[in-house]
Design a binder for this molecule. Sequence first.
Ligand SMILES: [Zn+2]
Length: 229
Amino acid sequence: MDFEFNLEIKKTSRKKTISFIIKNDILQVITPQTFSDNEIELLIHKKSKWIKNKLNANKLKAKIVSKNFETDEKFLFLGKNYNLKFISHSKDLVKLQADEIHAFINTKKFSDLIYRKKIVQHWFKDKALLFLTDMTMEFAQEINLNPGLVKIRSYKNRWGSCNSKGVITYNWKLVMAPESIIKYVVVHELCHRKHFNHSNNFWNEVSKYIPDYKNKKEWLNQNTNVFEW
Ligand SMILES: [Zn+2]
């Protein structure tokens, strides 16, 4: 059998049907003893789309680089990579300085990595709220919509939401993405004020402002893990 992925086949007399398990980058196939190689190969082919999707998702997961909150780590902000510098100081303060983010940390807590993370995250959330509120106001005007309230929060698997009262909530991690991507999410949520679903009418409305919205959507799907700390 010749497949583009790693394969492990286990035959067992205890099963009547074939089953597929993805473990990291390996496909495990558990099959009844009676199945021939040809049958197995055919069944794998039939399932190949699902297999590839699962394997790709695992590859992306493996790409998450967890941060240590040490000086000179790279952090994304509006699509650009910044060097993060920690500086011991009398009080906490974070600011952008050319191509660096300077995080001044209270001397007493300077070596506390969890505290560092808290301060840096706080700064990202502040920036996210400011930036996303501004952009939402701007596009609401362009689209001729009344901008509702803008909030931010941490989402695991989404970038934004819009409720029936028009409150738009964004994932603060969006502030790490390039502006063109953020714009897509802003327009997407604003268009929900007109169409409260993902119907064709909704996507037509989005495409008026972001003609290549499909690329942006795809980009977000592919890069989700880049934004996890
Ligand atoms: Zn939506």
